[in-house]
Write a protein that binds this ligand. Structure first.
Ligand code: FES
Length: 106
């Protein structure tokens, strides 16, 4: 006869998060600051962005601009905001040239 070991997952049901954990904006903001804004977060697959293209993605409530160089295909990520007056740099997937030009004041 084989000996049976008690599994900690089977002898009791661990407490789960309260329902408000999924809907509370304050909890979301705390998680965004403490977890998602501090760690590397997958933003997509490299194969989904062709070389020479750029695309905005949302990461933890921030707009991030993914840019793939035409030559070599190196991937970079930037906040999708102009440093001048916070205009959005890119609203939809587009070709990328030698530089990223802000659409507001160029
Ligand atoms: S807001 Fe981008 S150049 Fe002024």
């Amino acid at each position: 006869m084989t000996e049976r070991f008690a599994s900690p997952l089977l002898d009791r049901c661990p407490p789960s998060l309260p329902p408000t954990a999924y809907t509370d904006p304050q909890r979301f903001e705390a998680e965004r600051r403490r977890i998602w804004a501090r760690e590397w977060v997958p933003a997509g697959r490299l194969s989904d962005l062709a070389p020479g293209r750029m695309r905005p993605v949302s990461v933890a409530g921030e707009s991030v601009l993914l840019v793939r160089e035409a030559e070599g295909g190196r991937l970079s990520a930037f906040l999708n905001v102009c440093r001048h007056r916070n205009a959005e740099l890119c609203a939809a997937e587009a070709p990328v040239g030698r530089l990223i030009r802000c659409p507001y004041h160029a």
